[in-house]
Write a protein that binds this ligand. Structure first.
Ligand SMILES: Nc1ncnc2c1ncn2[C@@H]1O[C@H](COP(=O)(O)OP(=O)(O)O)[C@@H](O)[C@H]1O
Ligand SMILES: [Mg+2]
Length: 282
């Protein structure tokens, strides 16, 4: 597990970006850090692989204090995907970009080639294997950045703003992949403003504001609470917004803690009854 213990972080400029953050993240969990711009999400994610060390307090990854080890050795266990994928690329081809990281972690050339092929095909990037990473579109770069990290299957997958630039297919594929990783006992830590995306993966949500955790709980509790969301400068997702509105208009039995479309349909059908006869064909 990752244990974040009373962490404060002050940038050399004097900005205090984290204030007494306490958090335990287990394998097999998806945790979404959410909150306004400048809340401290990226700063906290960079503590997980040791890129930043706490000014006070400590971060432990599976019992290892991040202050006592190198970023290179932590990265084997904690794969961090940066918000801006360009920061991760330095090879001449998409294929090399994925296989280089693998050989660095000790995989044989053959195993690295095999894994790179699987992951590039999964992310629909195989056709670009000989192209420069810098010629890809924004969403393709994002997919490549994620595939580089997933190729070595770290115990913890950390993705800063995973949905930036992704189209519908990309988001759907990422949801399936993250749920699959969760089932394979990986810990997944994301930062995001995308309330609809986080609703779909039913993550545990940690709300940050000005460097402090202001809420930590199940997505159904946090992403359906308009007061908390407002405090964290987040929008309420569409489905709970609709259910809240209907509830205000007299549908008191509605469960406004639904986040997913299938649950909302079930809940509304129970109240609205069966569709009118004779509607078939419309
Ligand atoms: N390299 C840096 N130097 C100084 N201040 C920074 C740096 N990076 C971020 N900050 C400041 O730290 C705070 C938290 O930033 P960040 O962690 O990037 O927030 P978020 O990812 O939630 O938008 C902000 O006030 C930001 O301006
Ligand atoms: Mg950020």
């Amino acid at each position: 597990m990752i244990r974040i213990d009373s962490v404060w972080y002050e940038y050399p400029s004097g900005t205090v970006a984290l204030r007494n953050v306490n958090l335990v993240i287990d394998r097999g969990e998806i945790v979404a850090l959410m909150g306004e711009n400048g809340a401290g999400k990226t700063t906290l994610l960079k503590h997980l692989n040791g890129l930043l060390k706490p000014t006070s307090g400590k971060v432990e990854v599976d019992g290892v204090d991040t202050r006592t080890t190198t970023v290179a050795s932590l990265s084997r266990h904690v794969g961090l995907v940066f918000q801006n994928p360009d920061n991760m690329f330095f090879c001449t081809s998409v294929f090399e970009e994925v296989s280089y990281a693998l050989t660095r972690f000790g995989y044989s050339r053959e195993e690295a080639r095999r894994r790179a092929e699987v992951v590039l095909k999964t992310f629909n990037l195989w056709q670009y294997r000989d192209s420069s990473p810098f010629t890809l579109s924004g969403g393709e770069k994002k997919r490549l950045a994620i595939s580089i990290v997933l190729a070595w299957m770290p115990s913890y997958v950390v993705i800063d703003e995973p949905t930036t630039g992704l189209d519908g297919w990309g988001k759907r594929m990422l949801i399936n992949l993250l749920l699959n990783l969760k089932d394979r006992e990986r810990g997944i830590i994301l930062s995001s403003h995308d309330v609809e995306f986080i609703s779909e993966i039913a993550a545990r949500v940690v709300l940050l504001r000005r460097g402090e955790i202001i809420a930590d709980g199940a997505a159904e509790d946090i992403l359906t609470d308009p007061v908390l969301l407002e405090e964290a400068s987040l929008l309420t997702p569409q489905i709970p917004s609709l259910l809240h509105e209907l509830k205000k208009r007299g549908f008191r039995d509605l469960n406004h803690k639904c986040l997913r479309l299938d649950e909302a349909v079930r809940c509304l059908s129970a109240i609205l009854g069966r569709p009118d006869q004779g509607c078939d064909g419309f």
